[in-house]
Write a new protein. Structure first.
Ligand code: TRP
Length: 448
């Protein structure tokens, strides 16, 4: 192949694209509902701990693999460990991409429905109960959610189709700054609602009596999901990063941005939850019920609700793009397809799986196994099973297979940069992270 490989053009582009992947529905939709179900403050504390000691090192490990190999998630393992079974880790990541995007696109589709409701002033004059009922009837109706899901997959495909620099990077650089401004504005509004302090207390005051191994696993799963680690997204993005970019700083900035936005989403949502007397353990629907309530009450709510759902959709879009890119990079580099064909095949294939996730709120809602619907299984399987497993193998690969010399060479940009704490990093990836993730995983699933 004589073609020059596509890649990110600038440092700002790398940060925007990687933060665009990390910041998404995981922060604004999933974090609040999982924190809400798991008791709030204590969950947040454990989550933050995992971000620091596991999330950040795994992110750096993934970027290192990708930039070293300059290939897709599967090809990277094949190139760095020829003839060894490590490529299976890449394969699991491709599979995880299908599972994640299948259910993620359901929720992403909901954001478009809510955008259209915001535009038609659909929240106005509705009580908290009415907003809840209308949310529930929407998700159960089969056609609208399916159509929005397909529209969302089309948008995702459109950006990926346009390439890494001209698609993914270009859109992320425009969309991410706007998202930040909007979330700040809405948090301030939420904080000034009467009764807001109840929500702040719920989020920041830890009550350790709520902690079980299941809660700890949820915190780990949420940390992995939110940072986009454990699946090969950051291996793929890492492969598009130029050799003169500082990887540890990039990983640190992306981790910090993602965590900041998740906490901000909590600050935006829980005060409103408490102000409107909604149960914080409401589940999947939390943001879709609570936010319309805020907008209904606030000055300029019509305007802000439109902006908010545009931006929620955008946050989702820069993330769905990063998941689809894993599949597309794999199809095009390993199976020798053109980018265009790979994009079409990948998005159509994922959409087909996605239909089952969407229908599990309506016609398929009785297809339940061990208390979980198809949607809940996809969500649980990806965040709590596939990502932790992927993360374990990734750190073991970097710690034991690549080893300190290669790692140091890659993260120091071939000796150009001074790297500090390399020994700490190696201890984490060789021993601490695999053992800690495995322990949480086995205890959390009740296998231990
Ligand atoms: N991190 C994104 C979010 O929080 C979702 C996401 C994108 C993701 N790529 C991923 C999750 C890879 C796991 C693995 O919305």
């Amino acid at each position: 192949m004589a073609n020059i490989r596509d890649g990110f053009g600038s440092k700002a582009g790398v940060i925007a694209a990687a933060a665009g992947s990390a910041v998404g529905l995981g922060n604004i939709w999933r974090f609040p509902y999982v924190a809400g179900e798991n008791g709030g403050g204590a969950f947040l504390l454990i989550y933050l701990g995992f971000i620091l000691v596991i999330g950040f090192p795994v992110m750096l490990a993934e970027l290192t693999i990708g930039r070293r190999a300059q290939l897709n998630a599967l090809g990277s393992f094949k190139k760095l460990a020829p003839g060894k079974p490590w490529f299976l880790v890449g394969l699991m990541g491709i599979g995880a991409a299908f599972v994640i995007l299948a259910f993620y696109s359901t929720i992403a589709g909901w954001t478009l429905e809510y955008l259209s409701q915001a535009i038609s002033n659909g929240f106005s004059g509705k009580s908290a109960d009415e907003l809840k009922v209308s949310f529930e009837s929407f998700q159960a109706a089969p056609f609208r959610p399916l159509i929005w899901q397909m529209v969302f997959m089309f948008l995702t495909g459109f950006i990926v189709f346009s390439g890494v620099k001209k698609g993914i990077e270009k859109y992320a650089k425009i969309l991410m700054p706007v998202l930040l401004v909007l979330i700040l504005i809405i948090s301030v509004r939420s904080l000034t609602l009467p009764g807001a302090m109840g929500g702040i207390e719920f989020l920041f005051k830890p009550d350790f009596s709520k902690i079980t191994w299941g809660v700890v696993l949820d915190a780990l799963g949420q940390a992995a999901f939110s940072l986009s680690i454990g699946m090969g997204t950051l291996i793929t993005y890492g492969s598009y990063i130029k050799k003169d970019i500082n990887l540890p700083i990039t990983a640190l900035q992306v981790t910090a941005a993602d965590t900041f936005i998740a906490v901000l989403a909590g600050i935006m949502i829980f005060p409103a939850v408490f102000a409107f007397g909604i149960d914080p353990a409401e589940g999947f629907g939390l943001v879709f019920i609570v936010l319309p309530n805020i907008f209904e009450q606030m000055a300029g709510g019509y305007f802000f609700s439109i902006l908010f759902f545009v931006l929620l959709a955008i946050a989702a879009l820069t993330s769905t793009v990063s998941v689809l890119e894993v599949v597309v990079a794999y199809f095009s580099e390993e199976l020798n397809m053109s980018r265009k064909k790979a994009t079409i095949l990948g998005s159509v294939g994922i959409s087909i799986v996605g239909v089952f996730a969407t229908l599990s709120f309506g016609p398929l809602k009785n297809a339940v196994l061990f208390d979980k619907t198809i949607f809940a299984w996809f969500d649980f399987l990806s965040a709590n099973v596939l990502l932790p497993l992927g993360a374990i193998f990734i750190v073991i690969f970097v710690g034991w297979h690549l080893g300190k010399k290669q790692v140091k060479d890659e993260i120091s940009n071939q000796g150009e940069l001074k790297v500090r704490l390399i020994n700490v990093f190696m201890i984490i990836v060789k021993f601490f992270a695999p053992v800690a993730i495995a322990a949480v995983f086995l205890y959390g699933l009740g296998l231990f």
